[in-house]
Design a protein around this ligand. Structure first.
Ligand code: FES
Length: 115
């Protein structure tokens, strides 16, 4: 299994965090003010985001494998969609969720093809 470490931004070290993306087991660097979607896109990782991060499409859905307890509650727009679609509490919109250090996530609408 391959692993890759991705650097995305020149954030100050006190603001820098790292989270892991499955199934690649890629470590993505981000800042505390970035959403998970923004960090993934900056790292050039594939993720659907049809509405451009507005919280209206649901295509950027992720599953939180580790670290759910360190995330803030869902935003109102995220909570409305989660209720309508009966999502599990581990399912979050990456465009509405700030990146946190130590998270392990999996993209829900992504088919991994080994390269
Ligand atoms: S990109 Fe559309 S809901 Fe997140």
């Amino acid at each position: 299994m391959f692993k890759k470490n991705l650097k995305i931004n020149s954030q100050s070290s006190k603001d820098a965090i790292v989270f892991r993306v499955l199934p690649e087991e890629a470590d993505v660097n981000a800042s505390q003010s970035q959403t998970i979607l923004d960090a993934l896109l900056a790292a050039e990782m594939e993720i659907d985001h049809s509405c451009g991060g507005m919280g209206s499409c649901g295509t950027c859905l992720i599953e939180v494998i580790t670290g759910l307890d360190c995330l803030p509650p869902r935003t109102e727009v995220e909570n409305d969609m989660a209720t309508d679609r009966q999502w599990d509490e581990k399912e979050r919109l990456s465009c509405q969720t700030l990146a946190k250090s130590g998270l392990v996530i999996r993209r829900k609408n992504y088919s991994y093809k080994s390269k």
